[in-house]
Design a binder for this molecule. Structure first.
Ligand code: FES
Length: 317
C-alpha cells in the first residue's frame, strides 16, 4: 500500500451555493504525484472519517491538488467537517490519486456532468483541450448559482465545447439528450458523473441508440444504497473468525464489532476501497463500483454496502 501524502490547505473559497473549492499542496513543498484526469484522492479528515474527492484541476499542474466539496446537509459528516472545520494552514493526510474514471482513446468524447459531478469532468475537459482532442461537455445544474466553475467554463479556451443547462430554464433550453446521442460520430465515448438518477437517465437514453455499452463510463458522485436485509454469516478464511451480519448492519461494521477494521472511504459502494475477494457464497451486490461481469463472477464484493444471497459467505480476510 502506498504511503499517505501530507497536504496543507492553502485556499478555501466559496465557488457556488453550498460549494467550496479547496487547494492542497504538499506539506514539504515538493511536487505532488502526477494524476490522470478523472482521478480522486481520499482525505483522512479525522479518525474514522475519510472521504474521496475528485481532482478538478489541470493535471499538468504538479504542485497542487484542487477539490470542490458540496455541503450535504443529509450526509454523514464528511462535507460538513470540511466546510465548518477545515481551515487555511491545516495539514491533512490523503491517499495518492487513484483513477476509476479514465479517459479512453476515441475520435470524440462527450461528457455529462450533474451538479458537483462537474469536478472530474472539468479536469478531463482541460486535458482533452491540451491534447487537442474533440469533445463536448454538457453540464446540468438546478440553477446557475448552484453550478460551480461556470465562470471558468464560459471563459475557458474550450468554452465553445461546453453547454450549460439548468432545471429552471425553459424546456427549449434544457439538455436534448436524444439530440446528443443521435448526432455523435461513430466510436464516441460517453462519460457521466453525478447523482445516480442522473447517470441512469443518461445511460438509459444512450441505450436506445444501439451504441456500444463499453463506450459508456460513469462515476457516481453519491449513491443511495440500501444496506438492510436478512441476517447472514461471514467466515473469514485467513483469520478463522466467524461473524453474523445483522439485519441493519454492513459487513464492514460487523467486522469492526469484532475488532477488525478494513479500509473504508465512501461507505456508499462507489469508490472501490473496500473490495474483497469472496472465496465461497453468493454476494448480494448493492454497490455502483464493480462491473456487471465482476458482480456475476461472485469472486469480489464491496464490504461497505453489499450483503449476501447465500446464508454464508467466506471472505479472503
Ligand atoms: Fe467505497 Fe466501499 S468504501 S466502495
Amino acid at each position: 500500500m502506498k504511503s499517505l501524502l501530507s497536504l496543507r490547505v492553502i485556499s478555501k473559497l466559496r465557488v457556488a451555493e453550498h460549494i467550496i473549492a479547496i487547494d492542497l499542496v504538499s506539506e514539504d513543498g515538493e511536487d505532488l504525484p502526477v494524476y490522470e484526469p478523472g482521478s480522486h484522492i481520499d482525505l483522512h479528515l479525522a479518525p474514522g472519517l475519510s472521504r474521496c474527492y475528485s481532482l478538478y484541476g489541470r493535471n499538468s499542474e504538479r504542485n497542487v491538488y484542487r477539490i470542490a466539496v458540496l455541503r450535504e446537509h443529509e450526509g454523514r459528516g464528511g462535507s460538513r467537517h470540511i466546510h465548518d472545520q477545515l481551515s487555511l494552514g491545516d495539514v491533512i493526510s490523503a491517499t495518492p490519486p487513484r483513477n476509476n474514471f479514465p479517459l479512453h482513446t476515441a475520435p470524440h468524447h462527450v461528457m455529462f456532468a450533474g451538479g458537483i459531478g462537474i469536478t472530474p469532468v472539468l479536469s478531463m475537459a482541460w486535458s482533452l483541450w491540451e491534447r487537442r482532442e474533440s469533445f463536448h461537455l454538457h453540464y446540468c445544474g438546478r440553477s446557475l448559482d448552484r453550478m460551480a466553475f461556470r465562470g471558468e467554463l464560459t471563459t475557458a479556451p474550450f468554452a465553445s465545447n461546453v453547454s450549460l443547462y439548468t432545471n429552471d430554464a425553459a424546456p427549449s433550453e434544457q439538455l436534448d439528450i436524444n439530440g446528443v446521442f443521435s448526432d455523435t460520430p461513430p466510436g464516441t465515448h460517453f462519460y457521466t458523473c453525478g447523482p445516480t438518477g442522473f447517470i441512469d437517465w443518461v445511460e438509459k437514453n444512450g441505450a436506445l441508440y444501439n451504441l456500444d455499452s463499453a463506450h459508456f463510463h460513469h462515476e457516481h458522485f453519491a449513491a443511495e444504497i440500501d444496506t438492510k436485509g436478512d441476517e447472514f454469516e461471514v467466515f473469514l478464511a485467513r483469520s478463522k473468525l466467524t461473524v453474523n451480519v445483522h439485519e441493519n448492519e454492513t459487513i464492514a461494521s460487523a467486522l469492526l464489532r469484532i475488532g477488525l477494521e478494513i479500509p473504508i472511504s465512501c461507505a456508499q459502494g462507489v469508490c472501490g476501497t473496500c473490495i474483497t475477494t469472496v472465496l465461497e457464497g453468493i454476494p448480494d451486490h448493492r454497490d455502483q463500483y464493480l462491473m456487471d461481469s465482476e458482480k456475476k463472477s461472485n469472486s469480489l464484493m464491496t464490504l461497505c454496502c453489499s450483503r449476501a444471497v447465500s446464508k454464508r459467505l467466506t471472505l479472503d480476510i
